[in-house]
Ligand binder design. Structure first.
Ligand SMILES: [Zn+2]
Length: 532
């Protein structure tokens, strides 16, 4: 004889905190469930509302207490009502786990928008549906792959286009990749320069790309080394289609190349060959090479040497053939002297530094207070997790099935891992020595020219990049143009304002300044140590 179900429990859940705060979700769900119970002659014994929690099986306190409630009242037969299958569980595994948990306790599940069919046939159908979906997904994928392979063999690039290309539609070819001129021109220039040794190695190419408009065009922050490598080894740029995983050997593609095959193969050859011997000119230092730009045409200036009777003369040069700047070669020492003067002109005046120091120190105290507060919260969380673990440990011997026991155990492992991660935080995030970092920063923005002069070549380039967000422009006639400076070099303009009011937009600039203080101190410290 069938079991008689008279009593019902309602489980409802809202998944966002906003829903909880507004209070809309739970009430209406509960209302619908109550209506359903009434229509089916069920008596509601208890409602279990979970709020603001999305996640796995055990991250729901109300679900947990409902299961506990079922265990405590094992002699009763309950119907558990949900208003929507989605409230039950979105994830298939969680869905199965929860269903099993409840089934183990002899519960009948009722959902307002879905009929649970508990017969063997019903479960079979559920499984078949799932399997069919999976099969279709896989078949689809296979078919797409076969089509793509055939098209690639005919010379069409079918994957996501490499940087500098995009898909276009043509009458003759359908979908075909084509160069995006602005980006492709820069890449081509770099690849050609690498091939004929104007750029000696991958680092040079990286620097070249980083100083071009590429970052801006691609909306990137940095040119990473693996990007350079990818660009250098991309056959598509030379009009070649090749894809080893599908055994598609190199063939001529139908798209427009941006470099010749010759350049491509020369570059592959160069990548294979060991580093060449240094040239005579390599020992000459060009600290401003490629990081200052020609004021006439905007292209980065290169360093060059001319051989005189007894020695080499070094120059900065605009290598752009179309550029009308005169003279082409400007004595390196002259440019560098003017550069030092230029740095002097952007220094922060000595009498402003104490004010900057005062504001930054105050902001830092705020930050520290915030960090410490956070630490308290973390400690609290660890304590809560430990309590939860203890709860599961107590539960394990009571578990009725292996499945439940396994679930408890894996949950304990999960929680233990979480504690480990949380516990790691504070040790790694030691509060840095801000005072020292700030002093280094103040020294630097107060005397950038002196810092630059005492730096070695590599440090000079680093410092330059800290100071300028964009290549400064230079011509012999006009000297250096108005520079684009990083935040610390114009923070002085935000000092007066700061004293009297803490407006949000100002705060943002100061936040950047504070981040830079912490960030830059690594470079500045090395520089500082180098002098002593
Ligand atoms: Zn020029």
């Amino acid at each position: 004889m069938a079991t008689e179900f008279r009593k019902a429990l309602i489980y409802c859940r809202v998944s966002s905190l906003r829903q909880v705060r507004e209070g809309s979700g739970l009430d209406s769900q509960e209302h619908r469930c109550r209506q359903y119970a009434k229509d089916n002659g069920l008596e509601i014994e208890k409602v279990f509302p979970d709020d603001g929690i999305s996640g796995g099986l055990f991250e729901r306190p109300a679900m947990k207490s409902m299961i506990r409630y079922l265990d405590d009242n094992w002699q009763e037969n309950y119907v558990v009502i949900f208003d929507d299958l989605k409230r039950f569980a979105r994830d298939v595994d969680v869905h199965r786990g929860l269903k099993r948990e409840l089934k183990d306790r002899g519960v009948k599940l009722s959902c307002l928008n879905y009929t649970f069919d508990d017969s063997p046939e019903g479960e079979f159908v559920e499984t078949v549906f799932a399997a069919q979906n999976e099969l279709e997904r896989k078949q689809n994928r296979r078919q797409v792959c076969q089509k793509m392979k055939a098209r690639m063999e005919r010379g069409y690039w079918c994957f996501y286009p490499p940087t500098g290309y995009q898909f276009t539609k043509t009458k003759e070819h359908g979908k075909l990749i084509a160069p995006i001129k602005s980006v492709a021109d820069i890449l081509a220039e770099g690849l050609n320069a690498f091939a004929d040794d104007r750029l000696l190695n991958q680092v040079d190419l990286q620097r070249f790309l980083a100083q071009s408009r590429l970052l801006q065009l691609l909306n990137k922050k940095k040119i990473h080394f693996d990007f350079v490598k990818r660009v250098l080894t991309e056959p598509v740029y030379a009009g070649i289609i090749e894809y080893q995983p599908w055994q598609i050997r190199a063939r001529k593609g139908l798209h427009k190349p941006i470099i010749t095959e010759e350049v491509y193969f020369r570059n592959q050859e160069k990548l294979r060959r060991p580093e060449r011997k240094p040239r005579t000119t390599d020992s000459l230092e060009f600290p401003l090479r490629r990081i200052i730009s020609c004021a006439i045409c905007g292209k980065p200036m290169t360093g060059s040497t001319n051989r005189g009777k007894s020695k080499y003369y070094s120059h900065y040069t605009c290598n752009n053939k179309d550029c009308i700047s005169i003279p082409k070669n400007i004595t390196a020492a002259l440019v560098e002297d003017q550069y030092v003067e230029f740095l002097r002109s952007i220094r922060t005046e000595q009498d402003v530094l104490p004010l900057i120091k005062e504001i930054a120190t105050r902001l830092w105290q705020d930050r520290v207070a915030y960090l410490t507060r956070n630490q308290d919260a973390i400690d609290e969380e660890i304590k809560a997790i430990n309590n939860e673990i203890n709860e599961y440990v107590v539960q394990i011997p009571k578990a009725k099935t292996d499945i439940v026991r396994d679930l408890y155990e894996s949950r304990i492992e999960e929680l233990a891992a979480k504690i480990k991660i949380l516990g790691k935080g504070p040790e790694n995030k030691k509060i840095p020595d801000f005072e020292e970092a700030l002093q280094l920063m103040l020294n630097f923005i107060g005397t950038p020219a002196e810092s630059w002069k005492k730096a070695n070549l590599e440090q000079k380039i680093l410092l330059h990049k800290l100071i300028f967000t964009e290549n400064p422009t230079y011509s012999l006639k006009t000297g250096f143009g108005t520079p684009n400076l990083s935040v610390p070099f114009y923070i002085k303009e935000h000092v007066e304002f700061q004293i009297y009011c803490m407006v949000d937009s100002r705060q943002k600039i100061w936040n950047t300044f504070m981040d830079d203080v912490l960030e830059w101190c690594k470079v500045l410290k090395v520089l500082d140590a180098g002098v002593i």
